[in-house]
Design a protein around this ligand. Structure first.
Ligand SMILES: CC(=O)SCCNC(=O)CCNC(=O)[C@H](O)C(C)(C)COP(=O)(O)OP(=O)(O)OC[C@H]1O[C@@H](n2cnc3c(N)ncnc32)[C@H](O)[C@@H]1OP(=O)(O)O
Ligand SMILES: O=C([O-])CC(=O)C(=O)O
Length: 448
């Protein structure tokens, strides 16, 4: 073993010894791990008027798990999707609703679309000087770097008035697709030796259409592809104040920080594999399963593989079946149900029925396997990330873009929550940590 590795092994062990806490201490001091109580309910840390998640209903006075529902500003998001599907693109309309609290009329929607289109521009040479520098497969990091660098071009960066923050948020919502797609093309060129395409967005196209157009070498896409992606964006836009990246948004906003820093922090949270990064992990996990299980129809073999994942013996050895489970939903995540509908449709068109059958088997089996091992408070079911990656792969969107697509949508929710925090709170978020540290007498150097 190399000297540096030996050093790190020894000192990592010191970290474990210094930092390890007895699990019983959390009970003793009534600390709610993950800010969740013993029944899995989140600790209430704020009020919001932006959205609501339903996962339980009261039956005969008893709190009972139910099918999940997600509401944006009072509207069931499935109804919103039904309202625009097949007639117009919904991203801009849903973004308007989340930011301003009401559904736009035709004039307001046109104005909003025009304003986003006018904002779809980057500072001179930004692509060359920032995005193309040190490209990597981690497009979320590239996006974060771009967002932080955009702060240097903003003369009014630190002004937290609602007007200025709204200007910054609208600008970021507009340019996110360019930052992500150009980051991907730079990586694909410099690391994968492919040709590089930097297509400019079109003022005439919606966010979903622009995304596909800029991504594709020949700029082509079908109506169906753009519509599926548009609905995916709407369903990823917002999820309450407590999800990890939105809570991060609120925490960093509460310290008085600027919009670019807040959004960079939110991006850093979203990319985590237990949050938005799970959509990449699901596809990698399925590829690993297909490599290690020869007969995908053999239920016993698939079950054994899932058990190995939970025992940290397979895939990334983290013990998680990605795309399964949720901190709030119990019986179902409504977004996953919509995605499942698309998967069904697309899988038969693209000849991927065998993959679809495997996904469905895992969706059915994983909750059983997880329940055998962990204490389940409310049920475990497929979450939004389970089928979304499969849908994107059938739209021939590269794997590296899956979490950035989530971010292109969720920046709308982050913006709405940043503004709600600024308008109402003016109080720094600062929870407490019970200290279990032991006091010690100082030891002079020659006595250590
Ligand atoms: C957009 C999104 O962020 S959706 C979520 C995307 N993330 C994933 O798909 C990653 C896989 N899933 C998970 O890691 C978890 O389900 C989370 C992080 C989403 C939610 O975790 P929790 O809030 O702890 O869920 P919940 O309270 O229902 O879990 C009950 C138990 O089942 C375990 N569990 C839940 N889901 C899974 C899973 N997919 N794989 C293995 N174990 C799981 C939990 O670890 C917990 O065990 P513990 O009490 O010993 O810690
Ligand atoms: O609410 C959560 O914890 C995670 C989630 O589904 C999301 O952010 O969309």
């Amino acid at each position: 073993m190399k000297k540096n590795e030996l050093y790190l092994n020894d000192y990592a062990q010191l970290c474990r010894e210094a930092d390890g806490l007895e699990p019983e201490m959390f009970d003793k001091y009534e600390v709610q791990r993950g800010l969740r109580d013993k029944n899995g309910n989140g600790v209430v840390t704020g009020l919001t008027n932006i959205s609501r998640i339903d996962a339980f209903k009261t039956v005969d006075g008893v709190k009972t798990p139910c099918e999940g529902k997600l509401w944006y500003r009072g509207y069931d998001c499935i109804e919103l999707v039904k309202g625009f599907r097949g007639t117009r693109f919904g991203f801009e309309e849903a973004a308007y609703l989340l930011l301003f609290g009401n559904l736009p009329n035709e004039k307001q929607l046109k104005e909003f679309r025009d304003m986003l289109a006018a904002n779809r521009t980057l500072p001179t040479n930004f692509t060359r000087d920032v995005i193309m520098k040190a490209p990597s497969s981690d497009i979320m990091n590239s996006l974060t770097r771009s967002v932080l660098t955009l702060a240097s071009y903003d003369r009014n960066c630190s002004d937290t008035s609602v007007e200025n923050v709204l200007r910054q948020c609208l600008n970021l919502i507009s340019v996110f697709p360019m930052l992500a797609v150009y980051g991907y093309h730079s990586y694909n060129h410099y690391q994968n030796d492919e040709s590089m395409y930097i297509h400019r967005p079109s003022r005439k196209l919606s966010t979903a259409e622009n995304l596909l157009m800029m991504l594709r070498p020949d700029k082509s896409y079908t109506e169906l592809e753009a519509s599926v992606l548009d609905i995916a964006l709407v369903l990823h836009m917002e999820h309450g104040g407590g999800n990890n990246s939105t809570f991060t948004t609120r925490v960093v906003t509460s310290s008085g920080s600027d919009t670019y820093s807040v959004i960079a922090a939110a991006l850093s949270s979203l990319k985590g594999p237990k949050h938005g990064g799970a959509n990449i992990k699901v596809v990698e996990m399925m590829q690993d399963l297909e490599k290690h299980v020869s007969d995908w129809e053999d239920e016993d073999a698939v079950r054994d593989y899932l058990k190995k994942i939970l025992n940290k013996e397979a895939f990334d050895r983290k013990g998680l079946i990605y795309g399964m489970g949720h901190a709030v939903y119990s019986l179902s995540d409504p977004r996953a149900q919509v995605f499942k509908g698309f998967v069904h449709q697309l899988a038969s068109a693209k000849g991927r029925e065998k993959d679809f059958a495997l996904y469905s088997m895992i969706e059915r089996m994983a909750p059983e396997v997880i329940a055998e091992k962990a204490r389940i408070y409310k049920g475990v079911s497929a979450n939004v990330d389970f089928y979304s990656g499969f849908v994107y792969s059938m739209l021939e969107i590269p794997l590296e873009m899956f979490t950035p697509i989530f971010a292109i949508a969720r920046i709308v929710g982050w913006s709405a929550h940043r503004i709600e925090e600024l308008i109402n709170m003016d109080k720094i978020i600062r929870p407490a940590y019970k200290s279990v540290m032991r006091e010690q007498e100082y030891i002079p150097m020659n006595e250590r």
